[in-house]
Design a protein around this ligand. Structure first.
Ligand code: AMP
Length: 508
């Protein structure tokens, strides 16, 4: 393959860099890494990976805390033609055993504290182990420090794999989504345009880098536009508000926004230097959107994507950012809503399965050809598993995951409809509606409601408030009032945890 057709994401990211001294990343503890440094470090690390046996197409798995070296590892893997496989830091050895066995990486990088346990798993597939700690140091950087910075980026075709990200797998086995160089590059370039990124942007990067949001959306978009990012290990509302004085963009999950709203320092003044607040990975409550606007004068821009598809839709940069909606299909992305049973396309405003097609959509699930086939339509649309609708103005709305649909007495009940009713009641922060086994109805509609501290919210009160507003078959059979809902690190409500917690309530 000659250089002219090299579609390696690394080449596309950094080719034509005119000023290597430009700042790319700064960290909370004062490191400053220029674009030139980043490329040089990626060269050193790519040399180490190749020395450890990584060949084009080989997987490099990483379970490490967030650090600049962790990001360099991603860039170095891609540069060497390898396939980057980031793993959630919360995964236990038992879970890692599956991922490492399934992906058969050539190299596994982990925190020094886990080297022994992970070493045993890596040995089963003949993988070499390197370490990287939370400060970005370990055997990998020790070796990289001694390696040459020069490295010829391995040419790759547009459809060659750049990364495999395992989906969170709340039902069944976690699946490895295969993402190509062009999937990642094309989506970032689209987003830069859509969100008006320029080299003057400074992104507050407080997301983890094992997930599509922090790794691809945040990092690739920043690097492609020659902007800079401030790397923070985690969400720290006080620190983020301080940084807003010199930053321009925040990308967050909804929890970021609810937590920041709890901080009395959040105001029009403290956010006046910012140009854009973006939210995704889980639904941003319409109330949070409104409250944010009232406090800061900024309308949060909500977008919708998933590991398998990168970003699909976004509220507009100019034009109305509608609370509770995820916006329009991005340029080049087709979105349609179909009847889950017949696969026929539905009319505007009708709720059904969201399907997407475009250069952003992944290449399939790693070593699961049948699963891959069953999730694509014959005309190439990917069946997202999300239920939603497109309204008369073309905005896409998400109603929930298909698997969250409750079927009670043979009737389909969309949890979102009931949640919206409950959320509008005084004293209610939010709610989650689930279906749990019920002897008569198959599934019983069940509401778990979070109340504001000290508010008078009760089962009887919620049921009374819903009476007459919902068809009988949609009425919750039980309502539980709690202090908070279980969420994962990306801010998603874990309905599987709730279903498990309440599974016996109608059958005991
Ligand atoms: P993940 O693969 O972890 O990024 O999860 C993708 C899923 O998160 C999607 O299929 C949606 O169910 C959900 N999701 C992402 N963004 C949004 C959003 N803005 N609103 C509602 N759900 C979202």
């Amino acid at each position: 393959m000659n250089q002219a057709v090299n579609a390696n994401l690394f080449t596309r990211l950094f080719d034509g860099l005119d000023d290597p001294s430009r700042l790319a990343i700064e960290t909370h503890d004062g490191q400053r890494i220029s674009y030139g440094d980043l490329i040089a470090r990626a060269g050193q690390m790519a040399n180490v990976l190749v020395a450890r046996g990584v060949k084009p197409g080989d997987r490099v798995a990483a379970q490490t805390e967030k650090s600049v070296s962790g990001l360099v590892l991603y860039l170095a893997t891609v540069r060497a033609g390898g396939v980057y496989l980031p793993l959630n830091t919360a995964y236990t050895l038992n879970e890692l055993d599956y991922f490492i066995g399934d992906a058969e990486p050539t190299v596994v990088v982990c925190d020094p504290s886990k080297a022994e346990g992970i070493g045993a798993l890596a040995a089963k597939v003949g993988a070499k182990v390197e370490t990287l700690d939370a400060s970005g140091k370990g055997s990998l950087t020790e070796a990289a420090d001694k390696a040459e910075t020069a490295f010829t980026t391995v040419p790759r075709a547009a459809d060659d794999l750049a990364a495999i990200l395992y989906t969170s797998g709340t039902t069944g086995r976690s699946k490895g989504a295969m993402l190509s160089h062009d999937n990642l590059a094309s989506n970032s370039l689209t987003l830069i345009d859509f969100w008006r990124f320029t080299k003057d942007d400074v992104l507050i990067h407080a997301l983890p880098i094992y997930h599509t949001h922090g790794l691809f959306v945040a990092s690739n978009v920043t690097l492609f536009s020659r902007a800079s990012m401030i790397f923070l290990p985690k969400l720290d509302p006080d620190l983020i508000i301080n940084l807003m004085a010199r930053a321009t963009v925040l990308m967050g999950v909804p929890t970021f926004y609810t937590r920041l709203l709890q901080n009395p320092r959040l105001s029009k003044e403290t956010t006046s230097h910012m140009r854009l607040f973006i939210s995704g990975s889980a639904p941003l409550l319409a109330d949070t959107h409104r409250e944010w606007f009232a406090r800061t004068g900024h309308a949060v821009l909500e977008r919708y994507g998933m590991t398998e598809t990168n970003m699909n839709t976004s509220n507009p940069y100019e034009g109305e950012r509608v609370p509770g909606a995820v916006g329009f299909p991005l340029p080049g992305v087709s979105v349609r809503v179909t009847d889950p049973e017949t696969a026929k396309e539905l009319a505007r405003d009708e709720i059904g399965m969201i399907e997407v097609k475009g250069p952003n959509v992944f290449k399939g699930y790693w070593r699961m050809p049948e699963k891959t086939r069953s999730e694509f339509r014959d005309d190439g649309f990917f069946i997202t598993g999300d239920l939603g609708k497109i309204d008369s103005q073309g905005y896409v709305h998400i109603v929930g995951r298909g698997k969250d649909l409750v079927i009670s007495g043979g009737f389909n009940v969309y949890p979102k409809e009931i949640e919206s009713e409950i959320d509008a009641m005084p004293g209610v922060v939010e709610s989650a509606v689930i279906g749990v086994p019920h002897a008569d109805f198959g599934e019983g509609v069940t509401a778990v409601v979070v109340r504001q501290p000290g508010a008078d919210v009760s089962e009887a009160g919620v049921l009374k408030g819903l009476d007459g507003r919902l068809a009988k078959f949609k009425m919750p059979k039980r309502v539980f009032v709690v202090d908070e809902l279980p969420r994962n690190t990306m801010g998603k409500v874990q309905k599987n945890v709730l279903r498990d917690q309440y599974k016996d309530i109608y059958t005991k």
